[in-house]
Design a protein around this ligand. Structure first.
Ligand code: IMP
Length: 400
């Protein structure tokens, strides 16, 4: 069985924990898109691991982990993460493999990412991790791939070319030295995509999505999106090979958050937003930025379910709302004075005035009012909720 776990909102739905929990039923967890812009926090109880690049497989179970060719690899981040993993799980990277066809985030991409975003009339608010630059250079065919390190002359030529194209004065020799040293330390993990594909044939694969459907470069809130197809549509291209998905598991939080700029119809700018931010510890795992918080939005969730082909949902962070007497859910929008229940595109959602319905809160996740909330979500989205996450730790999960 092959499944994909994708975020149904603007990322930060708790996919890392969900992937770690589900990984027990799969042979290998595959990252297919994004890079160190992603931050998946996994709470093992006595300690937490923050994953940026290493797939969030349960390290206690020694599952396979594969970083496919569609991932933007920042070697420094990868090394730090392997170190973090191995400080808790000695030899924890033994089952990790990285595609040689994956592209490398060259250190100066980060700076360029910041410069480009600041030069826009309306910045996107990127994570400034150089991810957009990495994919742009791939598309422009200037990108560095991990396989290029097998020929240092070629590598140097490509690096000089990159500096020329982007008009940068860089000390090529020292950048090269740093990259080669980092590459040397992970070279034993590298594998050709085709070989990985053959090794993984017949195995149960869990594809770990990053960000969320609303940040997908095609179906998200463009231009306020990331640079990849982080929705389920990115799986095949990012993996590099055809793969049949038996399940597309969408992860949604019981409320909505967003980091960076862009439209957010149900955003709460006052005290209520602050209350959710504090209770849910809504600060970016990658950048530490406070996340914008707001009520649940059924219009956007219905859109995300539809465009991602999601056929099962996992609800997270409902426990954060324990004790709220009343909650609001957005059931429709008014756009230019017209009431709509569904949207066909996200072009005009900056003009959307949310139509709210008040619902009763719950004291804990065993309350009848919480059960009603779960049923209401299933009704609104037309998809079954298979699990409810009840806390931050891996096993804080109820299968319904
Ligand atoms: P980039 O992916 O760094 O280019 O940033 C583009 C947009 O995606 C910005 O609004 C970021 O805040 C957002 N973004 C990127 N990665 C994540 C993530 O893992 N969680 C939430 N937002 C993200």
């Amino acid at each position: 069985m092959n499944s994909a776990v994708i975020g149904l909102q603007w990322g930060d739905e708790g996919k890392g924990k969900v992937v770690t929990y589900l990984s027990r039923d799969y042979d290998c967890v595959v990252r297919y898109s994004g890079g160190s812009n992603a931050g998946h926090t996994v709470d093992y109880g006595p300690f937490k691991l923050v994953h940026h690049l290493v797939p969030s497989a349960d390290a206690r179970l020694k599952k396979g982990m594969y970083i496919a060719c569609g991932v933007a690899v920042d070697l420094k981040v990868l090394l730090e993460e392997i170190e973090q993993l191995e400080s808790f799980f000695p030899q924890g990277s033994e089952f990790l493999r990285v595609s040689k066809q994956a592209h490398v985030v060259v250190p100066f991409y980060r700076e360029l990412d910041g410069k480009i975003d600041s030069a826009r009339s309306e910045p996107v608010g990127t994570t400034r991790r150089g991810i957009g630059l990495c994919y742009a250079n791939r598309a422009l065919r200037f990108g560095l791939r991990l396989e290029d390190f097998e020929d240092e002359e070629l590598l140097e030529r490509k690096l000089r070319e990159l500096a020329r194209v982007w008009n940068l004065q860089i000390d090529t020799k020292s950048v090269l030295k740093e990259l080669i040293e980092s590459h040397r330390r992970i070279s034993h993990l590298l594998i050709d995509s085709v070989e990985a594909f053959e090794d993984l044939k017949g195995k149960n694969l869990l594809f770990e999505g990053t960000q969320g459907v609303l940040l997908d470069v095609d179906v998200g809130t463009y231009p306020y999106v990331t640079s990849t197809n982080c929705s389920s549509t990115g799986v095949q291209a990012g993996f590099g090979f055809p793969v049949r998905l038996d399940k597309i598991i969408g992860v949604m939080k019981a409320y909505t958050t967003r980091v960076g700029e862009g439209p957010f119809p149900t955003e709460l700018k006052g005290e209520e937003g602050e209350r959710i931010r504090k209770l849910g510890r809504e600060y970016g795992a990658t950048t530490g930025r406070p996340r914008r918080c707001g009520w649940l939005d059924f219009v956007l969730l219905r859109y995300a379910v539809k465009v991602s082909g999601c056929n099962e949902v996992i609800l997270t962070k409902a426990d954060v709302l324990n004790g709220f007497e009343k909650l609001a859910v957005c059931v429709a929008y008014e756009i230019d004075g017209v009431r709509v229940r569904d949207v066909k595109n996200l072009r005009n959602i900056h003009k959307a005035v949310p139509v709210y319905e008040e619902i009763q809160g719950w004291t804990d996740l065993e309350s009848p009012s919480f059960e009603r909330f779960v049923k209401r979500i299933e009704q609104e989205l037309g998809v079954r909720i298979s699990h409810v996450s009840t806390g931050s730790r891996i096993d804080d999960m109820i299968a319904l």
